[in-house]
Design a protein around this ligand. Structure first.
Ligand code: HEM
Length: 390
């Protein structure tokens, strides 16, 4: 009998040999048992993610069932197609351009300095709890305008929620996940109501303004957007920092290389994203039958795109299982591709570069201080705990 727990633990622990196995059976494979396509090849992943006749709207899936209590699939623009997707994305895009994000650098650096100063005094820390999780939560909370005393709760809800999302169908698969979503939603509803009365200089107030300026944000869309940013931006960035540091500790030669040449940090973070991506899976549904690489993907079928597998495809990346911080070009798909390319990529990159760069340069004796514990989730890949000594 298959022990699901054991299988999940193994896949979450080291998913890559399993991906290689699937890819060797077919780079784009119909799995009858799962009633899904699994895409593990890089060029196949790009072709699906960029295809015009492929939808992100999971309700187009033949077997889709609307989650209880919802009147449309949750996920905001994540699960929308043009023209609605285009309109919503344009509204928040301006808050996340590389130029706007670059202005956050001093604030991000000082947050990292403060977290590392505290960590340095203790000598041993849990990298997740003490650096990787609080940094993105604080940055996003400040952008949205959420007060410091609520950030812990905010983080907890978003983690529970995001882990309960089936990445391919985007359906919430646990009661705990639904409860966390409801709590997060109530909290944000309250925030939005307060900003409606008294706007400030934050992202929620900006969205409230956009809502007032005509029909650019419809019923519920503002709230959905705030929810989406929370769900999309916290755990992912935390896992970039956690998975990244873990990969460096597994590859001391690369860690030394970065320490000797801090100028490598930009290509280093791209390689860390490729090597152990925080989001491993995405999903799409063809809206009409399409031919790709000699296969027919039928309208209404679910297509699971395994980003983590595409990132280790030997046809796209020479020696794909080797961590090479100077890898260039590095066309990884950790942020997806096409019109849904991660909106928060400039912010995530900046946070990753500042946090990992500072940790490595400031603590030359950085090493493990116990067994890391991975989360048992094959979609959101990351650690529950990662003890390190400084
Ligand atoms: C290392 C950290 C991150 C990773 C690995 C990541 C990954 C991704 C991926 C793979 C997608 C595309 C999903 C798809 O096509 O189905 C995506 C979309 C998105 N991400 Fe990120 N993300 C990260 C950080 C962030 C941050 C910090 C934010 C915002 C604060 C954010 C906001 C979004 C949004 C709003 C979308 C939807 C874009 C659209 O549908 O047009 N992400 N992200």
């Amino acid at each position: 009998m298959i022990d699901v727990n054991e299988m999940m633990t193994r896949a979450a622990g080291d998913a890559y040999p399993m991906y290689d196995l699937v890819r060797s059976a077919g780079r784009m494979l119909w799995i009858e048992d799962m009633q899904r396509w699994l895409v593990t090849g890089h060029r196949e992943a790009l072709a699906v993610l960029r295809h015009e006749k492929v939808s992100s709207d999971r309700s187009r899936w033949d077997a889709y069932e609307l989650p209880r209590g919802q009147d449309r699939p949750p996920g905001g623009m994540f699960v929308m197609d043009p023209p609605d997707h285009t309109r919503l994305r344009a509204l928040v895009q301006q808050a996340f351009t590389p130029r706007v994000v670059e202005r956050l650098r001093p604030r991000i650096s000082s947050l990292v300095d403060a977290l590392l100063a505290e960590a340095g005094e203790r000598g041993e820390i849990d990298l997740m709890a003490d650096l990787a999780a609080p940094l993105p939560a604080t940055v996003l909370a400040e952008l949205l305008g959420i007060p410091a005393e609520d950030q812990e709760l905010f983080r907890e809800w978003s983690t529970t929620h995001v882990e309960a999302i089936d990445p391919v169908s985007h359906v919430l698969v646990s009661e705990a996940g639904m409860a966390a979503r409801a709590a997060l939603q109530r909290y944000l509803e309250d925030m939005v109501a307060r900003r409606r009365l008294q706007p400030r200089d934050d992202l929620i107030s900006g969205l409230v303004r956009a809502e007032r300026e005509g029909d650019r944000l419809g019923g519920g869309e503002l709230l959905e957007m705030c929810l989406l940013l929370t769900v999309a931006g916290l755990e992912t960035t935390a896992n970039l920092i956690g998975n990244g540091v873990n990969a460096l500790l597994d590859n001391p030669d690369q860690l030394e290389r970065l320490r000797a040449d801090p100028g490598l940090i930009e290509t280093a973070v791209e390689e860390l994203l490729r090597y152990d991506a925080p989001i491993q899976l995405s999903g799409r549904v063809p809206v009409e039958d399409i031919e790709l690489f000699g296969r027919t993907l039928r309208a209404g079928q679910m297509v699971g795109v395994i980003l983590g597998a595409a990132n280790r495809d030997p046809e796209a990346f020479p020696d794909p299982n080797r961590l090479d911080l100077t890898r260039d070009p590095n066309p990884h798909v950790a942020f997806g591709r096409g019109i849904h390319f991660c909106l928060g990529a400039p912010l995530a990159r900046l946070e990753g570069q500042v946090a990992i760069g500072a940790l490595v340069s400031r603590f030359p004796r950085l090493r493990r201080a116990g067994e890391p514990r991975r989360r048992l989730n094959v979609h959101v890949r990351g650690f529950a705990s990662l003890p390190v000594a400084l």
